[in-house]
Design a protein around this ligand. Structure first.
Ligand SMILES: Nc1ccn([C@@H]2O[C@H](COP(=O)(O)OP(=O)(O)OP(=O)(O)O)[C@@H](O)[C@H]2O)c(=O)n1
Ligand SMILES: C[C@](O)(CO)[C@H](O)COP(=O)(O)O
Length: 226
């Protein structure tokens, strides 16, 4: 059985406002991308890693991160797309064959080996899965002029994270259909839902934050020091 990870680092980092890719920000002396690469590399269930980066990052990431830190499982470094979904598609297109594909945001450095093991196991059973956590806040659906339309029952609301894992054919089919239909979503599970396949959520960890805005770096440094 072959399990391939697609690790995403081709975003624009607009909300971080750094002016350069946030996965290259140094945290505790190492680039953000190093953290998730290390966990994927260490996990014995992962056979290869396809890294997806912005075009101008390819050489730097190869020399200073992949070769520099001696990561051995990185099989390809490919260029990302204009949206996260297209970056995943480019990564997927570089995968010749896999049984299960694990998609992870390079901007989520606190992934654990347990999460990877959990999503791979559920992907083999169900076909598609993601880690997530029950929402702590009350959510309201807002209409025009910030007027509240309704308040969904929080007991059924979860915040979805990565890693997400899929049987290779399901993810490929979901992406190809999304392209055909011009559908764009913020995560890969949504594309699988759209083609009518089952998706199961595995309980993850609130610490598995996505570094999105500057205050997330402060939170990350605190979490790393625990
Ligand atoms: N076109 C894109 C957009 C996002 N990502 C990756 O998807 C993950 C989640 O995206 P997000 O944190 O929202 O990153 P950015 O798109 O960089 O952020 P922003 O929307 O603020 O520009 C990140 O690891 C990011 O590098 C990607 O590979 N390609
Ligand atoms: C996939 C994801 O991490 C799930 O929470 C998230 O949707 C990606 O964020 P983006 O801002 O849409 O790129």
């Amino acid at each position: 059985m072959k399990n391939t990870a697609i690790l995403l680092a081709a975003g624009k980092s607009l909300r971080m406002g750094t002016g350069f890719n946030k996965t290259l920000i140094e945290v505790d002396g190492r680039p953000l991308l190093w953290y998730s690469l290390r966990i994927l590399e260490q996990c014995e269930l992962i056979d290869e890693i396809v890294l997806v980066v912005q075009r101008d990052m390819v050489g730097y990431v190869d020399d200073y991160i992949v070769k520099g830190y001696g990561f051995k499982k990185v099989s390809r470094i490919v260029e990302g797309g204009s949206e996260r979904q297209f970056s995943v598609f480019n990564g997927l297109s570089a995968v010749e064959y896999a049984d299960v594909v694990v998609v992870h945001d390079g901007a989520r450095p606190l992934i654990t080996e347990q999460m990877i093991r959990d999503v791979i196991e559920v992907a083999y059973e169900v076909g598609a899965t993601a880690v997530g956590v029950p929402l702590k806040d009350t959510v309201k659906v807002i209409g025009e002029n910030n007027m509240v339309k309704y308040t969904p029952d929080r007991r059924s609301l979860w915040a979805i994270q990565t890693p997400q894992a899929f049987r290779f054919e399901i993810l490929k089919d979901a992406h190809e259909k999304a392209i055909e239909e011009g559908y764009v979503a913020t995560d890969d599970c949504a594309l699988v839902e759209k083609i009518g396949k089952s998706v199961k959520i595995v309980e993850g960890d609130y610490k598995n934050i996505k570094v999105t805005t500057p205050e997330d770096l402060v939170i990350l440094e605190a979490l790393i020091s625990i």
